[in-house]
Design a protein around this ligand. Structure first.
Ligand SMILES: NC(=O)C1=CN([C@@H]2O[C@H](COP(=O)(O)OP(=O)(O)OC[C@H]3O[C@@H](n4cnc5c(N)ncnc54)[C@H](OP(=O)(O)O)[C@@H]3O)[C@@H](O)[C@H]2O)C=CC1
Ligand SMILES: O=C(O)[C@H](O)COP(=O)(O)O
Length: 496
């Protein structure tokens, strides 16, 4: 059960504590933030509403702890990360339980998220010792006009204090995808978890505490992003921000100071289906890609662009699979579970109503109970409908029929998002041409969009993000190049 067993010290019986200076503490604010269970719509947990002074303290301590952490041998940093990964996996059950209660993640997927996170941390430790263990050696005579009298040695040094802000849909995995790279690279880390998902994140942080990381190196500040977010992101003590979420990220990028930003934001991932595609494969991928975790993935298929000649057949196959999706509680491991909040459900409903008014074909009856929305495929969607462009982040998927591949590419590229996309065809030449033409960070050929495996580069263009994630890219992003140049009194040439 949450907050019990090895996790007892993170809970005071009513409110989960926040983490600073290697300790679990109550906020001096005396206030807490409620986490509403999306299924019951009742308060499930409470977390501390941290104050600005508590943020200042966490960042001050992080600054101090980072200095000695950066002097800790790389292999020792890796060893601690491996230990944290093992503890995380050992305690997957109570952490998964939090994910079920806080964000209505289906029970099996919740366990998968925790195990995947442990694997991510271990991989990060291994990758870190390799890529941070190497630098560059340059000689001056390769540049015109120079003799071989200067040797340049480069290495990767930490940035300082990294601020990590993950979203509700992967509060553990998208937290460790920032924590692991930050720590292996010698940085300190301040985590601001999403409110929905905060308790799972606090349990995860406790696994790092149990692993024995130095005091002050990691802290976890809870509270509403709308209240504490600006103070954190504009804090002069923060040296880098790694954020995953929605439009909030665009606002942060305008407010943040001169610090490196890693922004993974929303998407409207298009699935382009050509006439020669294997329609059974496409249908499976559309259902998995569009409806897993009720469409609440940035990489969910969010619009299907299918050639008119195969559209009827495809829609029929997709509908047959949608009919088999189970709808209900996350505890029962239902395929479709309640969306994260009432406001999210209302937003999705707004898109559905707009599509209805403008004449979309409803392949299923629209049904909603509380935050639970039954899976819905909308056929014959046209560009004047909001759902053609906006991200529902729910189990509603639009189908736009196209008469040419160019029309599909045009729709994809007209979006202000550019996260991922996919194309289904048996013709690899066409697939490559379409992939090159799609203005997205990744194109999947013959599979639905996905971030994983977690070591693959993951990036969005346009409003979908800044920089690139993936284990190696995140480690590099959280470091800076430092050069040392040895100036020789006279040129020297090998064996010369
Ligand atoms: N490209 C990607 O990798 C991914 C993108 N997303 C996108 O995220 C969105 C859904 O996630 P959601 O959690 O609702 O996104 P939000 O942008 O609403 O929230 C993301 C995080 O930002 C915090 N936050 C809110 N306001 C501020 C602020 N002013 N300053 C700093 N932090 C703040 C939130 O805290 P709090 O919860 O307390 O408000 C949360 O931790 C979708 O648009 C989705 O596409 C999601 C996952 C992956
Ligand atoms: O937040 C998201 O939606 C994730 O980054 C998607 O990850 P996945 O594609 O591996 O499910």
């Amino acid at each position: 059960m949450a907050g019990s067993g090895v996790f007892e010290e993170i809970f005071d019986g009513e409110v989960f504590k926040y983490y600073v200076d290697g300790e679990w503490r109550k906020s001096s604010s005396g206030k807490s933030v409620a986490i509403v269970n999306p299924t019951t719509r009742k308060t499930q947990y409470r977390v501390q509403a941290c104050t600005q002074e508590e943020v200042n303290k966490a960042i001050d301590l992080a600054k101090v702890a980072q200095k000695s952490w950066a002097r800790t041998p790389l292999w020792k940093r890796a060893e601690l990360l491996h230990r944290a990964a093992a503890i995380l996996k050992e305690h997957k059950a109570p952490i998964a339980e939090c994910l079920v209660k806080e964000i209505a993640k289906p029970a099996k997927d919740a366990v998968t998220e925790v195990v995947r996170s442990g694997d991510l941390v271990s991989y990060t430790a291994e990758e870190g010792v390799r890529i941070l263990g190497e630098g560059k050696f340059l000689v001056s005579d390769s540049f015109p006009g120079n003799e071989r009298s200067k040797y340049c040695l480069t290495s990767k040094i930490p940035l300082g204090v990294i601020l990590a802000i993950p979203p509700f849909n992967y509060p553990v995995n998208l937290a460790v995808s920032k924590i692991g790279p930050a720590l292996i690279a010698g940085n300190a880390l301040v985590l601001k978890p999403p409110t929905q998902g905060a308790v799972a994140a606090l349990h995860m942080v406790h696994c790092f505490h149990l692993a024995g990381f130095p005091k002050g190196l990691i802290s976890c500040i809870t509270g509403k992003g709308s209240e504490i977010g600006d103070f954190l992101t504009m804090h002069p003590g923060i040296n880098c921000i790694s954020f995953t979420g929605g439009d909030t990220g665009v606002a942060i990028s305008k407010k943040a100071g001169m610090v490196p930003l890693q922004m993974e934001l929303g998407g409207k991932d298009a699935c382009i289906v050509l006439e020669d595609a294997d329609l059974d494969l496409v249908a499976s991928n559309i259902v998995k890609g569009g409806f897993s975790y009720s469409g609440q993935r940035c990489t969910a298929v969010k619009v299907v662009l299918v050639m008119e000649s195969v559209a009827d057949a495809l829609v029929e196959k997709v509908n047959a699979k949608v009919a088999k999706l189970s709808v209900g509680a996350p505890e029962e491991d239902s395929d479709i579970t309640p969306v994260v909040s009432e406001s999210s459900a209302n937003f999705i409903e707004g898109l559905v109503v707009d599509a209805k008014e403008k004449g979309a074909t409803f392949c299923q009856e629209y049904k909603r109970e509380g935050n639970l929305i039954w899976p819905l495929l909308l056929d014959n969607v046209r560009p004047d409908m909001r759902i053609a462009w906006e991200e529902p982040f729910g189990p509603v998927l639009p189908v736009i029929r196209i008469s040419s591949v160019d029309e599909g590419i045009h729709h994809c590229n007209a979006s202000n998002f550019g996260l991922q996309g996919c194309v289904f065809t048996k013709d690899i030449n066409k697939a490559m041409m379409i992939s090159d033409a799609m203005e997205t960070g990744t194109v999947q050929i013959n599979s639905a969009p996905a971030r994983g495996p977690d070591h693959f580069p993951f990036q969005g263009i346009k409003d979908s993000g800044i920089g690139s994630q993936g284990i190696t890219n995140s480690i590099n992003m959280m470091t800076k190049i430092k050069s040392t140049v040895i100036n020789l009194p006279s040129p020297t040439y090998t064996m010369g």
